[in-house]
Design a protein around this ligand. Structure first.
Ligand SMILES: Cc1ncc(COP(=O)(O)O)c(C=O)c1O
Length: 365
């Protein structure tokens, strides 16, 4: 119950708000796609995706175009990958915490999900080596750049070590790059694929760069799996959305895409810095800890123990929080919350974190 009828602030969903979506650019690009190439944009098309966009992605990612598969969102590609290659009882390794939807998919397939703690620079390759000796790992699902929900990035040294282990033990790393193009601070770190191209599947998404409603993402697949996987995709969805891809091709190759990306980076960096400052001021004194992200959308916060889970008590403070347990493959004793700064206004960042701090202070165990 909210006696003062204050406006609820939502920390529940980590998606871009409408103001971050380039409506004019997409309107113009869809028109261009139809005028220039309706022959390819409107029929069913290649299961690999729309040619000009594949070429652009190959160039951006420094890879051969034959390895690029564009599909209906990166999550859909990851789900199809798992559905095709993971069978009940197969061991799949994830970071703890990790993206809750990926966990749901893996569990629904009957995978044995094993989790490794994620530190401020990623999972520990020595712990991974011990797991690989103990379990016959078939796949590792990792989010090396700006993890959802923790915001943590895996260091270059650890990426190399993970790549070596994948090669030596013949498991596939599925590296989810949903946020990789959204680095606001520091230099990009090469993907795990760079060190083990035959043992890594990398994904990327246009959901955060343009708009999630386009439902378009891509996968970079090792040579030895391309034919088999695309045959599976063709049997599943015939071909992906060519019109969305033709629109995106026009958008990313237009002169307006660079300024749009700059706008995203500047806006999100500003919100990230505001969030960090408010957390330091309000939550650090209460014992909360987190890793400051260099990009992406999220802070993952370990709160001190409280008498009630904060997400149960949040409504009283005019806050919406998700149950942080959903991001952990194993039961977690901590009070963990994901704070998505991407979808907040400046005012919501400061007011929301103030409410969160009051909530924690009032419930400290
Ligand atoms: C880690 C991660 N992977 C994948 C996705 C889904 O991306 P897409 O919209 O390309 O399916 C999300 C969306 O929030 C995400 O956070």
């Amino acid at each position: 119950m909210n006696a003062n009828k204050i406006m609820t602030i939502s920390f529940a969903r980590g998606v871009p708000i409408h103001a971050m979506m380039p409506v004019d650019l997409l309107a113009h690009s869809s028109q261009q796609a139809l005028e220039k190439d309706s022959q390819a944009a409107l029929p069913y098309g290649s299961v690999y995706g729309y040619g000009p966009l594949r070429n652009w992605l190959a160039q951006q990612n420094g890879t051969d175009v034959d390895h690029i598969i564009i599909g209906n969102g990166s999550m859909n590609l990851i789900a199809n990958w798992a559905q095709h290659y993971i069978h009940p009882g197969d061991y799949v390794l994830v970071e703890s915490p990790t993206y809750d939807r990926a966990l749901t998919i893996l569990r629904s397939l009957g995978a044995q999900v094993v989790a490794l703690e994620q530190y401020s620079d990623g999972i520990d390759p020595d712990e991974l080596a011990a797991y690989v000796r103990q379990y016959r790992i078939k796949m590792a699902y990792l989010i090396p750049d700006f993890n959802n929900p923790s915001g943590v990035s895996t260091s270059e040294e650890k990426r190399r070590a993970i790549a070596n282990l994948a090669q030596q033990n013949d498991f596939i790393v599925v590296e989810d790059g949903a946020y990789s193009s959204l680095r606001y601070v520091g230099q990009p770190i090469p993907p795990i694929r760079h060190y083990a191209p035959d043992h890594t599947v990398s994904t990327g998404s246009f959901s955060k760069l343009l708009a999630p409603g386009l439902r378009t993402g891509w996968m970079i697949v090792p040579d030895r799996r391309v034919k088999d996987f695309t045959t599976y995709l063709q049997n599943t969805y015939i071909s992906p959305n060519q019109f969305a891809q033709a629109t995106i091709a026009e958008a990313v190759m237009s002169a307006d895409f660079g300024p749009h990306l700059k706008f995203l980076h500047e806006t999100y960096l500003h919100l990230l810095n505001l969030t960090q400052a408010a957390l330091l001021e309000r939550l650090a004194p209460l014992g909360a800890t987190w890793t400051k992200p260099d990009g992406g959308f999220f802070f993952g916060i370990n709160l001190p123990p409280t008498r009630r889970p904060v997400w149960d008590a949040a409504d009283d403070q005019g806050l919406q929080l998700v149950n942080g347990d959903a991001f952990f493959a194993l039961p977690k004793t901590n009070n963990y919350i994901r704070l998505p700064f991407c979808s907040l206004t400046e005012g919501e960042v400061s007011a929301g974190i103030e409410r969160l701090a009051t909530l924690v202070a009032d419930n400290l165990a």
